[in-house]
Design a protein around this ligand. Structure first.
Ligand code: HEC
Length: 166
């Protein structure tokens, strides 16, 4: 009963179905790749390099020595520390890390004389927290400026964890 013409039509239909199937397989693959990329991108934070890891290990050992109950660094505490304001005993002005780095570490900051400072969040600025010497140098300066003392190993570790978590 099937005419040649019908066969031809069936062939065309099958071909169309095949093309549609190929398209949907492609679409699924693209979707899967997008989902995978999004999952990778949303994985919070950046890991420290080897040099920074040993600096952090050092802070951790010191923090534990100072407080045997120390439970590890906390990005939350680092955030609170970064945002806390303190009255300078001589200058009688409120100071905090945010004065120069702003309350959003993903943004540019500026010094008190208006010189731009690159963002502090490691996800935005890949050079941050890669060089222990630089980190220690600026902790020393900035902690003195804000707190009139050096930061404790615990404060430093919490702060770095916060900056790596953003
Ligand atoms: C008076 C301005 C100012 C304040 C306040 C300030 N900083 Fe900074 N900070 C700077 C400048 C300037 C740099 C160096 C320039 C740069 O690295 O872009 C810097 C760099 C740093 C770095 C080096 C990071 C790296 O790996 O590159 C650390 C760590 C740091 N600051 C921590 C702090 C902490 C913690 C506080 C608060 C206790 C603070 N800063 C407050 C100006 C400031």
């Amino acid at each position: 009963m099937t005419a040649l013409w019908d066969d031809g039509k069936a062939f065309v239909k099958n071909k169309e179905a095949f093309i549609r199937m190929k398209r949907s397989v492609y679409a699924v693959a693209v979707l899967a790749a997008a989902v995978f990329a999004a999952a990778a991108a949303s994985r919070a934070g950046v890991g420290p390099n080897q040099e920074m890891q040993s600096l952090l290990d050092g802070y951790q050992a010191e923090a534990r020595k100072a407080d045997p109950g120390f439970k590890g660094f906390s990005a939350e505490e680092g955030k609170a520390f970064f945002n806390s304001k303190r009255l300078h005993s001589v200058r009688k002005e409120e100071r905090s890390c945010t004065v120069c780095h702003t309350a959003d570490p993903k943004r540019m900051g500026k010094t008190t004389v208006g010189k731009p400072i690159e963002p502090m969040a490691a996800s935005v600025n890949k050079e941050r927290f890669t060089d222990p010497k630089k980190v220690e140098k600026w902790f020393k300066r900035n902690c003195e400026w804000v707190l009139e003392r050096e930061c404790t190993p615990k404060e430093k570790g919490n702060y770095i964890h916060y900056m790596l978590s953003l």
